[in-house]
Design a protein around this ligand. Structure first.
Ligand SMILES: NC(=O)C1=CN([C@@H]2O[C@H](COP(=O)(O)OP(=O)(O)OC[C@H]3O[C@@H](n4cnc5c(N)ncnc54)[C@H](OP(=O)(O)O)[C@@H]3O)[C@@H](O)[C@H]2O)C=CC1
Ligand SMILES: Nc1nc(=O)c2c([nH]1)NC[C@@H]1CN(c3ccc(C(=O)N[C@@H](CCC(=O)O)C(=O)O)cc3)C=[N+]21
Ligand SMILES: [Mg+2]
Length: 287
């Protein structure tokens, strides 16, 4: 069953992202008065078309809010130590506020080794172990942008987190794990499910707040959620028919009280929060 969609249930990530970007633009203007010019350097290794598109989206966002953006494009054949040298040069460059190394990296390079090399003060992604560790002890500074964007959506839509059953599906370092930590920091009762979870539905059906970041089109069906659930769909699954989330949106919306669409939900928030982090880095470094 997928009859008429009640648009009042749709969480408008694009609109909230515009609001965040407007805040960032103001801060950027104020920093420029103080001769501080926030600058993001994106590092793209190889020629993956999806990665190229994401980097382009980040550069466009920088343009919208007045952040300088530089593109560092490197061949897929670059060695780990050559890439480390590049990171060190960017760490030392006083005009650079933030460094973003686009993931995934080629197989012969350890993503974690590269993340560890980025100056934690320039880590707009929030992937450095120092920043991740602070998140875990409820000192949220530079934290991963996607879960932070979801927290901002919860705030904008005035959804209480304390005491709620929050279920996170997917336990990656960039989405699921930091999401679980942020929900725990706000006193939700958090369950984290993943590929080894036995009987996924027995968890998702109990969720008041459900976050899915897996990368499997329409993994979450109507019969897996309880009436009134608030759903955040992180999944991006591209096929010949377009971009799809991890949630069977057209059917799950009938049971949800609020739900993010794909596209136009969590994705734009990830980028807006990234912009706010570049500014945060610039304020900290004073450059
Ligand atoms: N909208 C946005 O801003 C962003 C969207 N994404 C999208 O979110 C999705 C997840 O990304 P990312 O976290 O980087 O991906 P990863 O592949 O790193 O993580 C996927 C997670 O889902 C789990 N998983 C895989 N299959 C299943 C299954 N059938 N049932 C339950 N759990 C499963 C994995 O478990 P295990 O590791 O054990 O296999 C893992 O924990 C992708 O579609 C990606 O494109 C990502 C970042 C930002
Ligand atoms: N170092 C690093 N940092 C990242 O933040 C990072 C990364 N690597 N690697 C890849 C993932 C993916 N990601 C997305 C960001 C925005 C959208 C987004 O805005 N999507 C739009 C358009 C989707 C479409 O139409 O294809 C939307 O959902 O509305 C999607 C995905 C950031 N990532
Ligand atoms: Mg994985």
């Amino acid at each position: 069953m997928s009859d008429a969609i009640d648009s009042s249930k749709i969480i408008d990530g694009k609109a909230v992202a515009q609001k965040v970007e407007a805040e960032v633009s103001k801060t950027v203007a104020a920093l420029k008065e103080k001769n501080i010019f926030p600058k993001l350097v994106t590092v793209l290794v190889g020629e993956d078309p999806a990665s190229q598109m994401y980097v382009r989206m980040k550069h466009k966002a920088c343009e919208r809010v007045g952040i300088l953006a530089e593109d560092c494009i490197l061949p897929a054949t670059i060695t780990e130590s050559e890439l480390l040298n590049k990171i060190q040069a960017l760490n030392a460059d006083k005009t650079v506020s933030s460094i973003l190394v686009q993931l995934p990296l080629p197989k012969h390079i350890s993503a974690q080794t590269i993340m560890n090399a980025i100056d934690p003060k320039k880590d707009a992604d929030g992937f450095h172990p120092f920043n991740m560790g602070n998140l875990l002890i409820n000192e949220e500074g530079l934290v991963p942008c996607t879960p932070k964007g979801i927290i901002r959506l919860l705030e904008e839509y005035k959804i209480d987190v304390q005491g709620k059953n929050a279920v996170v599906v997917g336990h990656s370092n960039v989405v699921g794990k930091p999401m679980a930590a942020m929900l725990l920091n706000r006193n939700a009762t958090v369950s984290v499910c993943h590929i080894f979870t036995k009987d996924l539905k027995s968890y998702t059906i109990e969720a008041d707040i459900l976050v899915i970041g897996v990368g499997v089109k329409h993994l979450i069906k109507e019969d897996m959620v309880k009436p009134g659930v608030v759903v955040f769909d992180v999944g991006i699954n591209q096929d010949s028919t377009g971009t799809h989330g991890d949630v069977d949106f057209a059917n799950v919306i009938h049971k949800a009280s609020l739900i993010t669409p794909v596209p136009g939900g969590v994705g734009p928030m990830t980028i807006a929060i990234l912009m706010s982090h570049v500014v945060k880095c610039a304020e900290t470094i004073g450059q």
